[in-house]
Design a protein around this ligand. Structure first.
Ligand SMILES: [Zn+2]
Ligand SMILES: [Zn+2]
Length: 178
């Protein structure tokens, strides 16, 4: 059994992590650290720099596991005031690797195809599932005034926004019932 390292500049197709030796039990550890440009299609989010995924795939006496860290730098906008925001998402991925599953609905397993793990696809899926739905430029962002559109972080526009009396709110829907 051997250990093997896999770095970005030494492999031709960094998207695919060849784990066939691991599956056959000929290798016990593969180290990787690659930059990818996966298609990260999430509404309102732009990824303009390569995505990094680094980690190891190991075979511990037959039990195989992937342990990786995904780092994605992206641009988005504040959900309240629309200011541009740059964020970095770092997410740890740990999952057992299986050659095939009888029960295919077990999604926590990584199943290599023809001895390869598609790192690009893994990055895409992980990002999609873990990127926040909404972003705030800061925790207490006051947002834009719904009446005049002014950025209320910068100045109080002075608009009076009517809020419903909370006592009436409790009765909302009460009379709609049949
Ligand atoms: Zn904001
Ligand atoms: Zn206003």
């Amino acid at each position: 059994m051997t250990d093997r390292g896999l770095m970005n500049n030494t492999i031709q197709n960094p998207t695919m992590l060849d784990v066939s030796g691991l599956l056959r039990g000929e290798e016990r550890k593969i180290t990787f650290d690659v930059l990818l440009t996966p298609e990260l299609d999430v509404d309102g989010i732009e990824v303009n720099t390569p995505t990094r995924i680094k980690g190891t795939a190991v075979n511990l006496s037959g039990y195989m596991e992937l342990d990786a860290e995904l780092t994605v730098e992206y641009e988005t906008h504040c959900s309240r005031c629309l200011a541009p925001i740059n964020r970095v998402m770092t997410h740890r991925i740990t999952a057992p690797i299986a050659e095939a599953l009888e029960n295919m609905d077990n999604e926590e397993y990584i199943i290599p195809e023809s001895g390869n793990i598609d790192l690009s696809e893994l990055a895409r899926e992980t990002f999609f599932l873990n990127v926040p739905m909404a972003h705030l430029c800061r925790e207490d962002c006051k947002g834009l005034c719904p009446k005049c559109g002014a950025d209320r972080n910068e100045a109080d526009c002075g608009c009076i926004l009517k809020e419903k009396d909370p006592r009436w709110k409790a009765l909302e829907g009460f009379f709609d019932e049949d």
